[in-house]
Each structure stands twice: as C-alpha cells, then as structure tokens.
Design a protein around this ligand. Sequence first.
Ligand code: NAD
Length: 506
Amino acid sequence: MKNLLEKLHIDAVNAGACTGAGEWLTDPAGKVLVSYNPATGEPIAEITQATDTLYDQVVERAQKTFETWRTLPAPKRGLLIRDLGNALREVQEPLGELVTLEMGKIRVEGIGEVQEMIDICDFAMGLSRQLYGLTMHSERPAHRMYEQWHPLGVVGVITSFNFPVAVWAWNTAIAVVAGDPVVWKPSSSAPLTAIAVQHVANQVAADYGAAGVFNLVIGSGRTVGERMITDQRIPLVSFTGSVAMGRHVSETIARRLGRSILELGGNNAIIVTENADLDLAVPAILFGAVGTAGQRCTSTRRIIAHRQIVDHLVERLIAAYRQVRIGDPMLPETLMGPLVEESAVEEMLAALDAARTQGGEVVFGGGRLLERGRCFVEPAIVRMPQQTAIVQEETFAPILYVMAYETLDEAIAIHNGVLQGLSSAIFTTNLLEAEQFLSASGSDCGIANVNIGTSGAEIGGAFGGEKETGGGRESGSDAWKAYMRRQTNTLNWSRELPLAQGIKFG
Ligand code: NAD
C-alpha cells in the first residue's frame, strides 16, 4: 500500500484544497477526514478538510482563471485535455488500484474506471474542434443570423463515491474544453482518489501555465457542498448522487436561477422475453447485478421475465451466482468486493427484510460475510410476486428482484412503474419485441439497450436518465452544450434597418 500511495503522491496527511501545482491549501481550522479501506477497515490516510475561507479562496482563483481561459481558442484548450489523457495513461494501474483500495470495487473495474477517464479526454480533445453552432436564414434581406457557443464560467462538480474519478472526468474534460474552470467536491468516502487525480491534473496544467483550471475542495456535503450550490459565482453545478440529495441540490440551485446537471439514482430493469438468448442474458444480468457489488447507478436491480422462462432463468442465475468469488478486491480471482461502508450493509439487510414482509422469497444469498470483514455480503436474488414498495426503491447493494409477466405490454408497464428512469434493457431475438421496447411507448429511461445489460455505458453517448434520475446528460453526444452559453447573433450588412415581423415604426 505504501508504494502505491507514494506513486500517487498521497501523504499520511493531505491538504484538502488545491488550485494547481504548488498551490495546495491547508487551514489548520479544517476538520480531519480519515479515509478507510472498506475491505479491511484499516485507515489509509488523512485529509485536512477545506474550511469556508479556503473554499472562497479556491472559487476566487477559478473565477480569475476563467477570465483568461475563456479567451484561449478551444482547440488549444483541447491540447491540455489531450495531455491529461496521456498523463492518466501513465498512472492507469496505480490510480485504478487506489479506487479499489478506497471504495472496494474490484481491481479490473478500478482500472476500467480510469480507462473511462482516458476515453473522455480523447473524446473532448476531438470535441474541441467541433463546438458547432447553427446558422439560420434571416427573414430580413442582407442580414446574417447564427449562433455561437461561449464558455459559461466556473463549473462546480459534486461527485458520488461509486465512480470517484470517472464522474469528475466526464464533466471536467468537457467543461475545460468548453472554456470553464472546474471546482471539484468529491465524496467524503473517496477523497484520496481525488487528491491523486488533482496531482496528475496539476502537473499537466503547469505545462500550460493553467493553474486554476482544475481545482479541488474536500469537505462534507453539509459545508462545502452547501456552499457550492448556493454560490452565485458558480453558474453550473453538475451533481451526481442520490435522489434525496439531488432534490435538495436542484431546489437550491433553481432558487438562485442557476443551472444544474442532475445524475441521480436509478432502478434499472431488464426484460427477458421468451425469445431471449439466455446465454447472453445470464452473464449480462450477473455483471449488472453483482458487478461493483451492486453499487453502480446503472446496476441491474429488477428482472422482469416471461412466465414460461422465469423459473429456468432463476435456476441459471443461481448457478452463476454460486461461481462468484467474494473477497479482497485487489485479487485477480475476486468478482465481488465489499460494500463501501457498514451502513450500506445494514440498508441491504433492511431491504431484504422488507422484501420478505412484502411477499418476497430470497432464493439466493443475502447474508453477511463477517468472516471476510464488516462490509462483505453475499449478493441476493429475490423472487417477488409483484412490484411492491421496496422493489420500487433503489437500495444501493447487490439485490436482484425477479418478477414474472405474461404480455410484453404488461412487462413494459412494470418496467416503467418506478420513479427512476436511468438505464434499461430487453433480451430478445424477436425484432418486433425489441422495437416495441425502444419505441415512444416502450422504455421511459435515458438509456435503453437490446441484448446488452443495463450497466457499462460507453462515454460516446449522452449519459443520464429521466424522472427522478434528474434529466441531466453528461459525457458524449451533445452533452457539452450544458457547459456553454448559447448566443444568437444577427448581423445587418445592408444600409436599411428593416424590423423583424415587418413592423413599421415611425
Ligand atoms: P450521496 O447523495 O450520498 O452523495 C453524493 C455527493 O453529494 C457527495 O459528494 C456528498 O458529499 C454530496 N452532498 C451531500 N450533502 C450535500 C449538500 N447538502 N449539498 C451538496 N452536496 C451534498 O450519494 P452517494 O452515496 O455518494 O452515491 C450513490 C448515489 O449516487 C446512488 O443513488 C447512485 O445511483 C447515484 N449515482 C448516480 C449516477 C448517475 O450518473 N445517474 C452515477 C453515480 C451514482
């Protein structure tokens, strides 16, 4: 561990705020935050959290940087992000391992998360030459009308524990290319990964004289998070986290007429029809439900299977679940590590109790594995007679509820019958079923897949969901538009002054 921390410049005690290389800031009044390894319960390192004074200092620095950063041509800003991607390539393994150490996802997933960071940097670099606006035909002669996209200002990024570094990259790579400095408030459950990323970003920014573009403030949601969402100096906050917190964030930012991108909880389902290829469906469900110990926003939480095949599917899933090796997430043979903290274990057990009370039968797993550590559980499969209250909730743990259906219309109604709308999938080899699922009256989610599970999105698409998932989109496609301000320009090159709508005035 010591070696790993050294490689990533993590000290025993780390400053909780930073605006660039040599600009790490500590206020002795800052409270100490200890980061623990959820697999062993041992402390990894400490952080002196940012105080109000440091928060202000960081935002002022970012604001000042905006004045120059916005004037640099976007393709030049893209070069910085290209270099960030290359610097991340160099630390991919250790950074991925730190993700594993600090939040417990298995090593390949930790390294895969850093790959997402690299991918979005490549994407943003290309995007830096493609921040296109439209041109329109003016209704007036000798007039030209077009739109341009300008940098917006300082962007606040508040991230969740479960993708502690990728979510920052999805936002930051795009925001920085768009001309916006970023201030990052990471989750208090994964602050060290943020410090490691900041060191990488600092080194790249220094090469461009661009300190103040990547900024970090570590502190609790109640202090730093709250400051950020009420801060008029921050025109856009991208928030990733639970629905409960997202509702508060959304209301607070709306009150000051600021902008938010909300990436909140999901309750993702897969419909498995009688025409499904179960050789595809079973491993996809296994990865979706057990991968990251069920702690992805896109984790598969509900299976809606045709009555003819549901028993057989459950048998196959149980056989697959039996093969899952649970243990030290650093070991290559492990498929499932610990949950992030003990309270998550308690929430899982409470959800299973509620499911039993609501008529469910736990047909596999669901127990604690105390011999492995306080945060280890067995993943659970629960047969439910219907979509009861507990099934409609997102429990951030590896619980898979299985329900049966007769007709595809009924399956889609069950599928859409929850408040969240992030990711969804259908397994079928029947074209008509697939098209119905993707149609306007099919899945109501932001992501809908055919013969692919719910988790593991690519960065090229716009990522996000509907309903209580918050409606935000980030990462690929045209998600960049949220980080810029649109300006419509009309230019008169005639010697007349015709008014729009043919109005004669005076
Ligand atoms: P959380 O809501 O507990 O915390 C998220 C972030 O909000 C943290 O950084 C936290 O410190 C901060 N926060 C807390 N109080 C705040 C306040 N008053 N003001 C501003 N910020 C505040 O979520 P979590 O447990 O870290 O993450 C799990 C949740 O995130 C799940 O619901 C999951 O589905 C969701 N998630 C969604 C996506 C997505 O893209 N849709 C991606 C990852 C995770």
